[in-house]
Design a protein around this ligand. Structure first.
Ligand code: NDP
Ligand SMILES: CC[C@](O)(C(C)=O)C(=O)O
Ligand code: MG
Ligand code: MG
Length: 341
């Protein structure tokens, strides 16, 4: 069944008129939602803890409050804290101020879908999940475009949750690209699958394997870096603009023949079998359970792999090469302090 699509002309922002939105968290998604909504004429306050994000939101001209104070004064509360922090902050600082008639919103359905956050029945609960990193949600909006988003309603206590979710989607800029109706289940499972198998996990594994294959065969790391990582952005830009056919229009026929013949050898039936396993672990809740436990143990594996990855030869050579290309816009998530806005 095809998705129901909405675009700016189909959406009224009126459901947000006179409403105050508290954006809780001012990181990758938080700064983008807060700034795009403000530029779209919505009244926004930011709720965050003292520290880097607080300072950044203040610098960006927002009224900044503790999470509890922001929630207390808002009609719509958009929770843009890290997924793993949400249950605790929700219990301590959001739930006590979430009075009847308010709307609780998320950019990812993880905690509601996997029952880590259980909102009271007398509030609306919806998600607006941009299909892109927060820094691009802001950059593309400023350029006059938008990043597409999914929206879903989990609870409709007020009777107008869908209108508010659509209005929010428009204000964040998604209506310029595409807004699709979904469920918390579909958003959560497809988002986790996409980031693990294709967008993040699949891509970084592919890039590293290509780089390692060339370097182990005696080729220069700089050449391998440009071939396997840097140029990927330029190829992906063509995919983004024109799909597979448009990308293939710009590459040589030699490359296209290699694409047809070698691609299916790299991503083969075994790879697809593994993708199906990854999807079923997401659907069964096994992945979510593992991630919750990893956080309860203070992330031993996460930190150790993260440290190891920073020293991969691809990263070492990449840092040196990018330093010579100041034209590349850099937004280093989590590398330069904690304020990622
Ligand atoms: N990253 C992305 O592009 C996408 C994220 N999402 C979803 O958006 C949500 C937010 O993710 P993301 O933007 O990556 O998060 P980030 O890690 O970038 O930002 C989190 C923010 O929450 C603040 N924060 C953390 N702990 C607390 C706390 N205890 N009390 C108050 N504030 C706190 C951080 O402030 P401080 O500086 O003080 O640490 C920071 O401002 C998640 O649900 C995620 O799945 C959805 C689509 C894409
Ligand atoms: C692809 C990763 C993502 O799902 C996103 C930017 O959409 C995330 O959780 O950050
Ligand atoms: Mg995503
Ligand atoms: Mg995600």
């Amino acid at each position: 069944m095809a998705a129901h699509m909405y675009y700016n002309d189909d959406i009224s922002q009126a459901a947000l008129n006179g409403k105050k939105v508290a954006v809780v968290g001012y990181g990758s998604q938080g700064h983008a939602h807060a700034q795009n909504l403000r530029d779209s004429g919505v009244e926004v306050v930011v709720g965050v803890r003292p520290g880097g994000s607080w300072e950044k939101a203040k610098e960006d001209g927002f009224q900044v409050y503790s999470v509890g104070e922001a929630v207390a004064q808002a009609d719509v509360v958009m929770v843009l804290l890290p997924d793993e922090r949400q249950p605790e902050v929700y219990k301590q600082e959001i739930e006590p101020h979430l009075t009847e008639g308010k709307a609780l919103a998320f950019a990812h359905g993880f905690n509601v879908h996997f029952h880590q956050v259980v909102p009271p029945k007398d509030v609306d609960v919806f998600l607006v999940a941009p299909k892109g990193p927060g820094h691009l949600v802001r950059r593309v909006y400023e350029e006059g475009g938008g990043v597409p988003a999914l929206f879903a309603v989990h609870q409709n206590a007020s009777g107008e949750a869908k209108e508010v979710a659509l209005a929010y989607s428009k204000a964040v800029g998604a209506g310029r690209a595409a807004v699709m109706e979904t469920t918390f289940k579909e958003e959560t499972e497809t988002d986790l699958f996409g980031e693990q198998a294709v967008l993040c996990g699949g891509t970084t594994a592919l890039v590293k394997a290509g780089f390692e294959t060339l370097v182990e065969a005696g080729y220069q790391p700089e050449v391998a870096y440009f071939e396997c990582l840097h140029e990927l952005k330029l190829i992906v830009d063509l995919l983004y603009e024109n799909g597979l056919e448009g990308m293939r229009y710009s590459i040589s026929d030699t490359a296209q023949w290699g694409d047809f013949t070698a691609g299916p050898r790299v991503v083969n039936d075994g790879t697809k079998d593994e993708m199906r396993k990854i999807l079923s672990e997401i659907q069964s809740g096994q992945f979510a359970k593992g991630w919750v436990l990893e956080n309860q143990a203070n992330r031993p594996m996460f930190h150790s792999i993260n440290e190891q990855e920073k020293h991969h030869p691809l990263e070492v050579v990449g840092r040196e090469l990018r330093a010579k290309m100041p034209f590349i816009q850099s937004k280093k998530k989590g590398v330069v302090g904690s304020a990622k806005g």
